[in-house]
Design a binder for this molecule. Structure first.
Ligand SMILES: Nc1nc2c(ncn2[C@@H]2O[C@H](COP(=O)(O)OP(=O)(O)OP(=O)(O)O)[C@@H](O)[C@H]2O)c(=O)[nH]1
Ligand SMILES: [Mg+2]
Length: 314
């Protein structure tokens, strides 16, 4: 194998909240590198995952959903998504085809209409910046083939896409073709990560993300976007395991009992499930200790943003 045969580069995965970006990144990488929930705005900052395709290394950049921002954190998230796209060798725009079709038929739920609006604004953003993207119509497991053709033609007609892939990130259908195409688009050059590395997030941050995923899965309805998780200690134990201490921050006193649950049952569930995932990802025993604290203004603290690589002044 000659040096010249190597390829490496970045592929940014952008799209509306809940389109399936993180699911796709995990699928392309073949490991869990970024968290997934059924709720919008799960991903808060760009997360890298490394996929190998023959001689090509594709560094996938999972980005927060692009939507109409209201709060500071929203603005920072959306800004980081566009920045991720700017610096990439390829952009994949993931669209929830099921939501798009439901919204176009007029019968969709509010969430479907919102998703369709966000798709419009992403297309406008691509037009404004003169960037071309690969369109990935996702969630095709939920729709009929004949519905897909019209959607594909309509979106392709916008003139911002170089090609269209129809995929199901959840069952992997069509994903290998997309991966092969991304590999071709990577520029020639040395690999950016060791061949066997899949994730790029520091262990402390990854651990906090896994706990946030469980928190979202369990109490999101009662706790909309008011929680953050920080790993406060990460040490080695004698049995070769990791001792991880974390704090869940909520914005109000009234939210503490929601996270704790009756008799501490909710927090116990979150801890057990996070520990299980972490032990698997880190491949060693994990001892996890979580406390819940009120920190009214965490989403207005500069330090919180810099810790995640987000801009504060946006
Ligand atoms: N049926 C189906 N569901 C999918 C597919 N891909 C993702 N999902 C589901 O869609 C939901 C959102 O997935 P995520 O991967 O978290 O979406 P995201 O685009 O990263 O969302 P944000 O980080 O909030 O912007 C989850 O419940 C996934 O299981 C798919 O191909 N088919
Ligand atoms: Mg995500």
């Amino acid at each position: 194998m000659t040096e010249g045969a190597h390829r490496a580069g970045f592929a940014a995965i952008i799209g509306a909240p809940n389109a399936g970006k993180s699911t796709l990144v995990n699928r392309l990488v073949g490991a869990k590198v970024t968290i997934v929930t059924q709720k919008v705005q799960t991903t808060r900052f760009p997360v890298k995952g490394v996929a190998m395709a023959g001689e090509a290394q594709i560094v996938l950049v999972d980005t927060p959903g692009i939507f109409k921002p209201r709060r500071r954190l929203d603005r920072a998230m959306v800004r980081s998504a566009w920045t991720g796209a700017q610096d990439a060798d390829a952009i994949v725009h993931v669209v929830d085809a099921h939501a798009e079709i439901a919204a176009a038929e007029g019968g969709g739920k509010a969430a479907d209409r919102r998703s369709a609006e966000d798709v419009e604004s992403i297309i406008a953003g691509l037009k404004a910046s003169g960037q071309t993207a690969i369109l990935a119509l996702n969630k095709i497991d939920l729709i009929r083939r004949d519905q897909l053709l019209g959607l594909s033609q309509r979106l392709f007609g916008e003139g911002v896409y170089s090609e269209v892939f129809m995929i199901s990130a959840i069952n992997g259908s069509g994903v290998d073709d997309l991966k092969a195409r991304l590999a071709e688009l990577m520029p020639e050059g040395h690999w950016l990560y060791p061949e066997d590395q899949t994730a790029d997030l520091p262990a402390r941050l990854l651990a906090a993300e896994i706990t946030r995923e469980k928190l979202y899965l369990r109490v999101h309805d009662e706790l909309p976007y008011s929680a953050a998780v920080e790993t406060t200690a990460f040490t080695e134990t004698k049995d070769g395991g990791a001792r991880i201490e974390q704090t869940v921050y909520v914005e109000r006193d009234s939210q503490r009992p929601i996270v704790l649950g009756k008799g501490g049952q909710t927090l116990k569930w979150i801890g057990e499930n996070a520990r299980k995932d972490l032990a698997e990802i880190l491949d060693r025993p994990v001892h996890l200790f979580i406390t819940v604290k009120v920190r009214e203004n965490w989403s207005e603290e500069r330090e919180f943003y810099s810790g995640l690589g987000l801009e504060f002044d946006v």
